[in-house]
Ligand binder design. Structure first.
Ligand SMILES: [Zn+2]
Length: 287
């Protein structure tokens, strides 16, 4: 089992440190990334956790992603950063990716689904329903039908598996990849737990999607730059549930932070830390 931490796109919304907690002024760009995992499993081929923006999104961003998303997040769309091109650079064929495990179906998580037509797409049933039959203005504006055309091989999941650190879990692709329902940001939003490669300091990786955005939101006491906090509140389908689930992640980090590496989809800080840990593990195992 090997896990690659990939950045599928860098987004540069205005807001500087009010977005990323760095040093930029309000008219500077804040840094947000799109953190995905490529998991080499022993028996189930490659599993891609979140798909970022796809090739067609890079070619026609306004049509595919919508003007609102493009203007607000200012994504630096590059073909070489799409998941399919990074899979190829790692020496695999796109058809080696047998499973996509998707935290939710917003454009920056589901845009790459169409680049892997042979893969099974694992998502929570409630999230699929929200994207196919959006009910509110929020849902109608956030999902893009163009990402779900063609013959998508959906595998819809509902809660009912074994508990995982006190959370509901759903076995998505084998015992090593689990969906953990964490609704709030969207109706069927999930975190995705992946068993950590051997030699890791932790036992599990937990990709939390958009359950929170800023790395210090899972610290005690939590912190979040103000513009990013406002954005999360406005975009949430159910903000009370989102905040409750963020509190559960904070408790998990406090209780089991040494056993579970927790990260969100958009934190550059957490992506770099995970990549540094991966390189250190590989260096150690090679010597
Ligand atoms: Zn997102």
């Amino acid at each position: 089992m090997k896990v690659h931490h990939l950045n599928l796109c860098t987004m540069c919304p205005f807001g500087g440190r009010w977005i990323d907690g760095g040093s930029g002024g309000v008219l500077a760009s804040g840094e947000m990334i799109v953190h995905a995992l490529l998991v080499e499993t022993a028996r189930d081929g490659l599993v891609l956790v979140d798909t970022g923006m796809g090739l067609e999104d890079v070619r026609a961003p306004l049509r595919r992603l919508g003007a609102g998303f493009v203007v607000m997040t200012r994504p630096r769309l590059r073909e070489e950063e799409t998941a399919i091109r990074q899979v190829e650079r790692l020496g695999f064929a796109p058809s080696d990716v047998r499973h996509l495990a998707v935290t939710h179906l917003d454009v920056d998580h589901a845009g790459g689904i169409g680049d892997f037509p042979q893969a099974r797409v694992h998502v929570h049933r409630a999230e699929h329903a929200a994207a196919m039959r959006p009910l509110t203005a929020n849902e109608k504006s956030r999902y893009r039908k163009v990402h779900f055309t063609g013959n998508v091989r959906w595998e819809l999941h509902e809660a009912g598996g074994e508990r995982w650190f006190g959370f509901e879990s759903v076995r998505a692709v084998a015992d090593d990849v689990l969906l953990i329902p964490l609704p709030g940001h969207t109706r069927g939003h999930c975190a995705i737990a992946v068993r950590a490669p051997s030699g890791s300091a932790e036992e599990w990786l937990l990709h939390c999607g958009d359950a929170y955005f800023f790395h210090r939101e899972i610290a005690s006491p939590p912190e979040c730059p103000p513009a990013l906090a406002t954005f999360q509140r406005i975009i949430a389908v159910d903000d009370e549930r989102r905040r409750k689930n963020a509190a559960r992640l904070r408790a998990l980090h406090a209780d089991a932070g040494s056993r579970v590496r927790i990260f969100s989809a958009h934190s550059p800080h957490e992506l770099r830390a995970a990549q540094v840990a991966s390189v250190a593990r590989e260096t150690k195992s090679a010597t």
